[in-house]
Design a protein. Structure first.
Length: 269
């Protein structure tokens, strides 16, 4: 399955997916299709609403250049979730004004030959260039889920659940250091609830020097792995079949290894 046409850059999202693949927690075939063949996965309803929300905040089209569209009811009104997120757009604007963020760029693509990243917003605050990433979530108060955003979750930043989120801040701060020669560029997550029109939370992420150095080493290893090893894996070595994920996989019809039913688990007593 080797492709020689281009080298694959290491983005924070790809980094996280490869780590899961190596831990046998995610199938490698969709990763290969997305990043090596350039096939896009159609977003779910919640994801589509999140893309629309980010568009309303930044004015940026999606990565294919398409303008996200809201879900409209037969009555001509916005669907309830989209109405709610329209209120959250106003909350976003209030936050930007209150904290005096001066937005200079949206959809900023970092210019690096090895490591990729697209920042939602680049802004100036207190005389410093900073990065803002916008999130929408139905788990803003959840500290147990992998995708939860509760403050207590980050009391243990090295846990898998917390690190799965924080790796984006680490990665973008590293890209900022390479691109702008800024040590520890300020980075903010702004998270807006999808379950009500009020709840939102802001995190400013600070990274110590040792963690940044470790990320640099990890990225170098990941770049080599992606472009020397992963790219040469046979399909049978890429696939990690799991009924829970196979039934939702957009590439299942092309996969002879898919599991259409759950496997039998043996329990010994």
């Amino acid at each position: 399955m080797k492709i020689d046409s281009k080298k694959i850059k290491v983005s924070q999202s790809l980094y996280k997916r490869i780590i899961k693949f190596l831990d046998k927690k995610e199938c490698g075939y969709p990763i290969y299709q997305n990043y090596y063949k350039g096939l896009e996965t159609i977003p779910s309803g919640v994801q589509a609403m999140g893309h629309w929300f980010e568009y309303k905040c930044t004015g940026q089209a999606d990565r294919n250049g398409n303008i996200p569209e809201a879900k409209i009811l037969k009555s001509g009104k916005l669907a309830v979730g989209y109405e709610r997120m329209l209120e959250q757009v106003e909350n976003f604007k209030k936050i930007i004004d209150f904290y005096e963020f001066d937005i200079t760029d949206t959809g900023y693509v970092f210019d690096n030959p090895y490591y990729g990243g697209i920042a939602d917003i680049i802004a100036n605050k207190d005389g410093k260039k900073c990065i803002i990433d916008i999130k929408s979530s139905g788990l803003i108060d959840n500290k147990w889920s992998e995708f939860g955003w509760h403050l207590e979750k980050f009391d243990t930043p090295d846990s898998d659940s917390a690190f799965n989120i924080l790796i984006q801040a680490i990665h973008y701060k590293y890209l900022a250091k390479l691109e702008w020669d800024i040590d520890d560029c300020p980075f903010y997550f702004m998270v807006f609830s999808t379950t009500n029109e009020v709840d939102c939370i802001i995190y400013e992420i600070e990274i110590d020097e040792q963690r940044m150095l470790q990320h640099e080493v990890d990225l170098q290893k990941m770049y080599v792995y992606l472009n020397k090893q992963f790219i040469n894996l046979e399909k049978k070595d890429l696939v990690i079949p799991n009924h829970k994920y196979c039934v939702k996989c957009p590439y299942k019809e092309d996969c002879e290894f898919k599991h259409d039913v759950p496997k039998i688990n043996k329990i010994y007593v």
